[in-house]
Design a binder for this molecule. Structure first.
Ligand SMILES: [Zn+2]
Length: 299
């Protein structure tokens, strides 16, 4: 019931935040962005890069989202979709792996993300309908078969895509894709642009201090377009804004715990409204503060 309520509140928010977006946009020659639409339960963004001989896609969405993404990819090229990179293990980024696999793609991730898919990700799959909103029994799971520790580079002279491990931060295995020629960064859910749920601060392996460091580091990279896991493409300035929001929350929750305040008190007292977009959804903030309190007091 709670989940149903949350989904309702989420979609109400998403309707306002995301309604202006187009489904597919060419960010640079041969680099495309697919807008993940929460209202349609196709919530995670996808990016694909058309190399000379093949396509590398980033994040699988749900199976029905993956089918739509592949249809969109086919409108831009007939080259084979050879690789699908999972930025992290979450359902909305990996449940569609089977659809990409069936087109011939090899699933790629960091070693840590592959490990998380067998543990935390398996829990999500076992409770799949609760996460995706649809019956998952007609689909199957597919795991990464090509993994890397720190970095994996695709470079054929036309495009260069550097897959870089940044976790632990939002999850243990977080990986990003950096395109130095086009100055595009694809962050997965390390960064979201308008997502109302406080960006999974309750995730089992979320490491707040490291997450702040990662956002700060990426804000210093040579980047023109930052593609978030959810929401519209943005700029490095938005990484800084999300960092400020997360840091403010962490500082206030930590100080409250030190002062002996209860979770209820913190949820009711902490004010993050000075942060544009991130601080505007009261339901999300209360949930995030409560989750952060739980995480910090469990240690
Ligand atoms: Zn996500």
């Amino acid at each position: 019931m709670l989940r149903v309520l949350l989904i309702f509140l989420f979609t109400s928010f998403a309707a306002n935040a995301f309604s202006q977006s187009k489904p597919v946009r060419e960010l640079a020659p041969g680099v495309f962005y697919y807008f993940g639409d929460e209202l349609q339960k196709k919530s995670a963004n996808c990016v694909w890069i058309i190399f000379r001989d093949y396509v590398l896609a980033i994040d699988a969405n749900y199976p029905w989202g993956a089918e739509e993404i592949i249809t969109e990819i086919r409108k831009t090229t007939d080259k084979p979709i050879r690789y699908l990179f999972n930025t992290h293990y979450h359902h909305d980024h990996t449940f569609g792996n089977c659809v990409f696999k069936d087109t011939g793609a090899t699933i790629v991730s960091t070693e840590h993300t592959a490990e998380e898919m067998y543990t935390l990700g398996q829990y999500e799959w076992d409770h799949g309908t609760g996460y995706s909103g649809k019956d998952m029994s007609r689909y199957r799971r597919e795991f990464p078969s090509l993994t890397f520790d720190k970095r994996l580079v695709f470079d054929d002279g036309t495009h260069r895509v550097e897959l870089i491990k940044m976790g632990p931060a939002h999850t243990a295995g977080d990986g990003v894709a950096y395109l130095p020629k086009e100055k595009i960064l694809v962050t997965g859910d390390l960064f979201v642009n308008g997502n109302p749920w406080g960006n999974n601060v309750d995730d089992a392996h979320a490491d707040y201090e490291k997450w702040l460091n990662v956002l700060e580091a990426m804000a210093g990279w040579d980047v023109k377009i930052v593609v978030p896991g959810h929401g519209d493409p943005a700029t490095s300035e938005h990484l800084t804004r999300q960092r400020a929001y997360l840091k403010d929350m962490l500082d206030q929750v930590s100080a409250g715990i030190k002062a002996g305040k209860t979770k209820e008190q913190l949820v009711n007292q902490i004010d993050l409204s000075r942060h544009p977009v991130y601080g505007e959804n009261k339901v999300s903030i209360r949930r995030s503060i409560g989750d952060m309190y739980e995480r910090l007091t469990k240690r």
